[in-house]
Design a protein around this ligand. Structure first.
Ligand code: SF4
Ligand code: SF4
Length: 110
């Protein structure tokens, strides 16, 4: 479930608002998306995949985490590489290798 929009990273591109299938986000008055309908989140990771600055964190859970959870600790998530991890695993973003290529095993040779 979506838990974090990291303001310091967000550039207000609206991609997360556009790709979310269940309209979880609203654009805030300063252009930064706000999580307006968290309960609608389907944990599909599309917003995290599309965010160009790795500003979003979708926890791998189908319910919201409790206050004080480590999944709300932005610094820890940054240090452990969790912010934008799904996008990175997909290989989306400049300078990355597509995950679909690196995931190919011996049963699917080039
Ligand atoms: S994980 Fe999917 S449903 Fe949840 S906020 Fe992101 S795009 Fe929307
Ligand atoms: S996709 Fe990322 S950078 Fe763009 S508005 Fe959403 S959180 Fe901000």
């Amino acid at each position: 479930m979506i838990e974090i929009v990291e303001r310091d990273r967000c550039i207000g591109c609206d991609l997360c608002i556009d790709v979310c299938p269940t309209r979880v986000f609203d654009r805030g008055p300063d252009g930064i998306p706000v999580i307006a309908r968290q309960v609608n989140c389907q944990t599909c990771f599309q917003c995290e995949a599309y965010c160009p600055t790795d500003a979003l964190f979708v926890a791998p859970l189908v319910t919201a985490v409790a206050p004080g959870s480590r999944f709300h600790d932005v610094r820890e998530l940054e240090e452990s590489g969790q912010l934008g991890r799904y996008r990175r695993e997909l290989g989306w973003g400049r300078g990355r290798s597509l995950g679909a290529r690196t995931a190919v095993g011996p049963e699917y040779p080039d």
